[in-house]
Design a protein around this ligand. Sequence first.
Ligand code: HSE
Length: 447
Amino acid sequence: MNAAQSSSEAQSQSDSKGTEPRVINVGLLGCGVVGGALVELIHERREAIIAAAGIDLRVTQVAVRSASKERPGVPNDLLTTDAKALVAADDVDLVVEVIGGIEPARELIRSAMDGGKPVVTANKELLANYGAELSLAADEAGVDLLFEAAVAGAIPIVRPLRESLLGEDITRIMGIVNGTTNYILTKMSEDGQSYEAALAEAQRLGYAEADPTADVGGFDAGAKAAIMASIAFGARVVAGDVYHEGISAITKADIDYANELGYEIKLLAIAEVIEGEQREIGVRVHPAMVPCNHPLASVRDSFNAVFVEGRSAGEMMFYGRGAGGRPTASAVLGDLIDAAANLASGTHRLVPVGEPCRIRPIDDIESAYYLNADVDDSPGVLAAVATVFGEHNLSIRSMNQEGEGDHARIALVTHQARERDLQAALHDLRELACVTGVGSVLRVIES
Ligand code: HSE
């Protein structure tokens, strides 16, 4: 069945019930993995969408870089290489952007909205850098700008934060929002793989790019953290506000230590409100030791999850597929139906722009820490190490020492401490004659 046949069947079905679906013409910017899956899904779900929402979505144009490339399921006559003309075209009511990157996506989205067309986008990088500008433009134009797919793929998290939890006082969000790194850490923890072997496998499976920096360096998760923080806290948080540490320095030994102590190591995107004289927002991405009994510890392979804590609602976790063509297209389609229904009824959602906010510098963030150090196994060494911690106001929660000949490895976990105090203690620790090396330092999530 081609698109034209299915369109006339749905029209006659709908006519026979005495209601006519409202046709909304969709222009699609980009036809990669997500765009192609979206065209398929719109076709597959067409009758269900008409039945549920009274909207008949028709893709009328698809902007691509090369119109000669075969795209299964996407009729060739829809393809155009003129994206600027697509956003202005009379046969496009609503624009979906799945090109990614800043330009030309930003310019095209602006021009669609300025022309009165709602936009659905999956573009985390753009929203994490220009979210406020785009939200203001959407508000001025009186159109929807929806972006559920920009954070954690198929998982509904943007809409719950924007709508269901609008009245909630959210205090902290901790997300595993990068599937590639979660896959790598899972393989290291469960299969004993090295970082390099797990990364190579992630690349073979198509999770990790040939240049994996955006994923393993925490930048992808950082963009998502900025978007979640902006929505959850009504603030203007941009990608540049996010402190990053990636996972490339995590070793198999770190994972084994963590497992022995009852933790899994996860790359977390954390956004939190710190109340004080002035309200500040802490937003960061780094590997962390998560207690095995915490719901985030059980998020394995390439799955994502977002753990939200609110003063009234308590703890919630949203879990699912954070990447991939069909999961991401499913989130785009939900927004598309919503925006189309709003367009049909001449309305649009409120677009929260967010207030400027203070970002708490990483040096002032508090956390519990795990660290290990190689030391001489001789009298007074434990006391010397403990003294350094005491001098910097760091309280030790647990300490373990394993002897290896005349050397020993000390592993310890602190109570909550400020980053700047921990860094100062690390500096002094490295200066001690009895310390031959300081190994990994990891933040610890308390259950
Ligand atoms: N590369 C991301 C991931 C998906 O591995 O989860 C896109 O944000």
